[in-house]
Design a protein around this ligand. Structure first.
Ligand code: AKG
Length: 252
């Protein structure tokens, strides 16, 4: 049967906890960037969620989530396109979109503390994290940094839901540079982190998350749960982007 991932790519994912793949984008990089610009320009207050951070250059958009209803092109890329098919090949059954976000990491945008994604994903067990590079991701602009062969268990966490600092300091994180348009599939248990964007250009990335169809269509339930959690008060100085507090940005 025809597959979008090769056996070598699937084996790399199983062994290392991640795999980088090109050729899965169902549009050009320019079209992807234009679609992301349109989402960023949506006004505040719709069903999509914009999140802002303060940078040394002023307030900046940090993340938008829940936007596929507003972007036919991004819906095609994330829902009907090859990326979801590839996610299904790694999950071992058809994949459904569980949630989607754009991390903009504009100039001066903050990084993320060492964490695993799974603790931030309620209702699901067979779940997969994905990054699609909208701009090239480099060490300078705060690309992801991942740990190989460390995707078997949930690691001890601190009270933010991030990996305990003492343990994180012993892990070998290595940079995961990507060309614009490349896709990184990574296990929801693969430890990762990123630094701030010290370059002069944005480092935008799409992050769809997929779950196995046998666990149900949980996207609506996820966003309801998230909005409920976000109504609770947040500690001063924290920008809450996620159900864990991995984001290191400053509030506006
Ligand atoms: O975009 C990044 O630099 C890291 C994102 C991340 O780890 C997350 O959103 O959980």
């Amino acid at each position: 049967m025809a597959t979008v991932l090769s056996e070598a790519e699937r084996e790399h994912f199983r062994r290392e906890g991640w795999v980088k793949v090109s050729g899965l984008l169902d549009c050009s990089v320019a079209e992807l960037q234009e679609a992301v610009d349109l989402v960023a320009a949506l006004p505040k207050g719709g069903e999509w969620l914009h999140h802002f951070e303060m940078t040394d250059f002023g307030p900046a958009l940090a993340r938008t989530e829940n936007f596929i209803a507003c972007s036919p092109l991004l819906a095609a890329v994330l829902v009907t396109g090859k990326i979801r098919v590839g996610a299904g090949e790694l999950l071992g059954e058809e994949a459904l979109l569980y949630k989607e976000k754009i991390n903009y990491k504009l100039v001066g945008g903050a990084g993320f503390a060492p964490h695993q994604d799974k603790p931030a994903y309620p209702f699901v067990n067979k779940v997969l994290s994905v990054m699609v590079a909208v701009d090239a991701a480099t060490l300078d602009n705060g690309c992801l940094q991942v740990v190989d062969r460390h995707h078997a268990t949930v690691l001890p966490q601190d009270d933010r839901g991030c990996i305990e600092q003492g343990l994180a300091d012993t892990l070998h994180f290595h940079p995961m540079e990507l060309a614009a348009g490349e896709t990184l599939f990574f296990d929801a248990l693969t430890p990762h982190k990123s630094a701030s964007n010290t370059s002069l250009l944005p480092r935008r990335a799409l992050y769809p998350t997929y779950n196995a169809k046998s666990e149900g269509d949980l996207r609506t339930a996820y966003y309801e749960e998230k909005l409920k959690a976000f109504r609770a008060p947040v500690d001063e100085g924290v920008v809450r982007l996620s159900l864990i507090q991995d984001f290191e940005g400053r509030p506006v």
